[in-house]
Design a protein around this ligand. Structure first.
Ligand SMILES: [Fe+2]
Ligand SMILES: [Fe+2]
Length: 353
C-alpha cells in the first residue's frame, strides 16, 4: 500500500477542511514537541562535538590568504550574535514548548559555531587577541533584530537561512580541501579547517532539517497561510547580520571566492528548499497565491483550488507522516511511546486541483 493510500484510509469522516483551529494547533504543537525530542536525542548521540578538543588547531595553516581570513572573520561575526538570535526566537515561540526549547538547544549549537570560528582565527595566528577583542566589542554595539515578528514567517525564514549557511560552510570546506579554482585561494588548503567546516556544515544541515519539518507541519495543516508567508519571506530574504558589518566588500568577497552568490542562492538554496516543501516552482507559488481567494474561515481553513496548483499537497502529507513515523520509531526505541505517543492525524483537507 502506498503512503497516499494509507492517508486516504486514515482520513477522518468529517467533511474537507473541518479540523478546528484548536485541533490543528494541538497537532502542530504535539508534532513539534516530538520532532524536538528526536532532534535532542540525535544531537547528543550522533552530532556531539567540541570546538576546543575535536580539531587539531595547533596544526592549522598559518599562511591563509587575506580573502580567506576575511571569510573566517565574517563567519565568526554572524555566529557570535547568538544571544540575540536565541533570546528573540525563544521569546517569539515561548508558548510552544517544542519550538522554544528547540531554540535554546539550537542556541547552544550556534554558540559552539561561534567558538569554532573564533578558534580558527586565533590559531591562524594572523589575528591578535587584542584585535579580536576590539572586533567583538564593535560587533556587539549592534543588535540583531527579527526580520519577521511572527512564528509562521520566521519558520520560512530559517529554512532558507539554515540551508544557505550550510552551503556557505560546504563551500569553505571545498576551498580548505584545495578544490577551489580561484588563484587567490591557491594556498588555502588546510585539513584542520576542512574538518571544522565539515562538522559545522553538518550541524547546519540538521538545523535546516528541523525547520523544514516544522514548515511542513504548518504547510499540511495551514497550507494557504504557510505558502503566503513563504512567498513574502522569499521576496524580502537577506542573510542575517549582513547589514551590520558596514563592509561594502563583503558580498563581493563571498561571490569572488565562490562561497555564495546569486546563482548559489537561486539554485542551491531556494530551489532545494522549495522542492523539499513540495512547491512546484517559485513562479507556481506566486501564481497560486495570486489566483487564490485567500480568505480563511474562522478555523483557518481555505478550500480554494488555485492554491493547490502550486504545490503537491499529497506529498506534504506523506512528508509529515514520514516525520511522525520517524519520531515514533525513536520514541519506541527509548521507551516513551506507550506513555506519550505521537500519532499522525490527517488534516481532512482534500486538494481539489
Ligand atoms: Fe551556525
Ligand atoms: Fe544554524
Amino acid at each position: 500500500m502506498t503512503i497516499y493510500e494509507e492517508l486516504v484510509l486514515q482520513r477522518p469522516t468529517v467533511p474537507a477542511g473541518l479540523l478546528s483551529k484548536e485541533e490543528k494547533d494541538r497537532l502542530i504543537e504535539r508534532g513539534m514537541l516530538g520532532i524536538y525530542r528526536w532532534y535532542f536525542d540525535q544531537s547528543q548521540t550522533k552530532r556531539n562535538w567540541n570546538p576546543y578538543r575535536s580539531f587539531d588547531w595547533a596544526s592549522m595553516n598559518k599562511n591563509h590568504s587575506p580573502e580567506l581570513l576575511t571569510i573566517l572573520e565574517r563567519f565568526f561575526a554572524v555566529e557570535q550574535y547568538v544571544p540575540d538570535y536565541t533570546s528573540k526566537l525563544t521569546q517569539l515561540t515561548r508558548k510552544s514548548m517544542g519550538r522554544s526549547h528547540f531554540q535554546v538547544l539550537w542556541g547552544a549549537e550556534e554558540a559552539k559555531h561561534s567558538e569554532l570560528w573564533y578558534n580558527s582565527l586565533l590559531f591562524s595566528t594572523q589575528r591578535s587577541t587584542k584585535w579580536m577583542g576590539e572586533y567583538l566589542r564593535n560587533l556587539r554595539q549592534q543588535e540583531w533584530k527579527l526580520p519577521w515578528d511572527d512564528a509562521l514567517h520566521m519558520s520560512c525564514y530559517v529554512v532558507i537561512q539554515e540551508r544557505a549557511t550550510q552551503l556557505n560552510y560546504i563551500n569553505l570546506m571545498k576551498i580548505a580541501l584545495g578544490q577551489s579554482d580561484k588563484p587567490a585561494l591557491a594556498n588555502d588548503s588546510d585539513p584542520v579547517l576542512a574538518a571544522a567546516s565539515k562538522v559545522i556544515a553538518n550541524d547546519e544541515a540538521a538545523h535546516y532539517g528541523f525547520f523544514l519539518s516544522i514548515a511542513s507541519l504548518y504547510l499540511y495543516y495551514y497550507p494557504a497561510q504557510l505558502l503566503t508567508a513563504l512567498d513574502e519571506v522569499i521576496k524580502h530574504f537577506a542573510m542575517p547580520a549582513l547589514d551590520m558589518f558596514e563592509d561594502p566588500n563583503w558580498g563581493e568577497i563571498l561571490y569572488k571566492t565562490g562561497i555564495y552568490g546569486a546563482r548559489e542562492y537561486t539554485k542551491d538554496v531556494l530551489q532545494v528548499a522549495i522542492k523539499q516543501l513540495s512547491v512546484k516552482s517559485r513562479k507556481a507559488l506566486e501564481l497560486g497565491i495570486k489566483n487564490s481567494r485567500l480568505v480563511p474561515d474562522p478555523d483557518g481553513n481555505i478550500c480554494d483550488a488555485a492554491i493547490f496548483e502550486s504545490f503537491d499537497y499529497r506529498e506534504v502529507g506523506a512528508t509529515v507522516k514520514n516525520t511522525i513515523d520517524r519520531i515514533t520509531r525513536y520514541a519506541k526505541e527509548v521507551g516513551i511511546h506507550d506513555l506519550d505517543p505521537v500519532t499522525f492525524t490527517p488534516s481532512g483537507i482534500i486538494p481539489t486541483a
